[in-house]
Design a protein around this ligand. Structure first.
Ligand SMILES: N[C@@H](CCC(=O)N[C@@H](CS)C(=O)NCC(=O)O)C(=O)O
Length: 204
C-alpha cells in the first residue's frame, strides 16, 4: 500500500478540516467515504472510538483526531502555537455551543440566547482578528482558517439569514470567501459510500 487511507464523511466538519489540510499540502490519500450509521468494520478495528476522520499511514500508524491529521499533513512548521491554540479553542469552547444550537431538541432545556452568547464569544474573537487581516493570521489562508471555517460554516447554516445579519461582519466576509473558495468546493465532491472490495478512490 503506497498511500495512506482516509476514512472520511463529506459533511463532517472534522473530516472537512482533515481533507482541507491534505489537499492544501498536496498529499494524496485513498479516500473511503463513511456513512456514520453504517461504519466499516475495518475502520472500527483500527479506531474503536469510531469517529471520522481516521487516517492510516502505510506503516500502520493510526491518526484518529482531526487536529492530528492536520498536523500530519501540514507538518511541524505548518502553524504557530497561537494558531494551534485557536483551533483547539474552537473544539473546546465553540463546538459544544454549536451542537446546542444545531440540535436544540437533544437538550432537556435549551436557551437560545444563552447558547448564542456563549458561541458568540468565540466568534467575536475571530471577528477581532479578521478586522485586521483577510485571514485569521495574516493575508494568507492558514492552519487556523482551514481548521475553524468548517465549524463556522455549520454555525452559519443553522439559520443563514440570521447569521448574515449578525454582528460578526468580518466573520461573515471570511465565511463567504471560504464557501466560494475552489479549495473548499473541491473537497466537497460527493463520493458513494465505500464498501470493502470497491475500487480505490484517490483524494484529492
Ligand atoms: N475529536 C474528533 C471528533 C470527530 C467526530 O466527532 N466526528 C463525528 C462526525 S462529525 C463522528 O464521527 N461521530 C461519530 C458518530 O456520529 O457515530 C476529531 O477531531 O477527529
Amino acid at each position: 500500500m503506497s498511500h495512506p487511507i482516509l476514512y472520511s464523511f463529506r459533511r463532517c466538519p472534522y473530516a472537512m478540516r482533515a481533507r482541507l489540510a491534505i489537499s492544501s499540502a498536496r498529499r494524496t490519500v485513498v479516500l473511503r467515504e463513511v456513512v456514520l450509521r453504517d461504519k466499516p468494520e475495518a475502520m472500527i478495528a483500527v479506531s474503536p472510538k469510531a469517529t471520522v476522520p481516521v487516517l492510516i499511514l502505510p506503516d500502520g500508524q493510526v491518526i484518529d483526531e482531526s487536529y492530528d491529521v492536520m498536523n500530519w499533513a501540514l507538518g511541524d512548521d505548518g502553524a504557530s502555537a497561537e494558531e494551534r491554540a485557536l483551533v483547539m479553542q474552537c473544539d473546546a469552547e465553540f463546538k459544544p455551543y454549536l451542537d446546542q444550537y444545531k440540535y436544540p431538541n437533544k437538550q432537556e432545556t435549551y436557551d437560545r440566547d444563552q447558547t448564542l452568547t456563549n458561541a458568540g464569544k468565540y466568534l467575536s474573537l475571530l471577528d477581532e482578528r479578521l478586522e485586521k487581516n483577510d485571514f485569521l493570521f495574516g493575508d494568507d489562508r492558514g492552519f487556523a482558517d482551514i481548521g475553524i471555517a468548517p465549524f463556522v460554516r455549520q454555525f452559519a447554516h443553522v439559520d443563514r439569514d440570521w447569521f448574515l445579519e449578525s454582528e460578526w461582519k468580518n466573520v461573515i466576509r471570511w465565511y463567504r470567501e471560504f464557501i466560494e473558495w475552489d479549495g473548499f468546493k473541491s473537497i466537497m465532491t460527493k463520493h458513494p459510500q465505500w464498501v470493502d472490495g470497491d475500487q480505490v478512490t484517490l483524494f484529492p
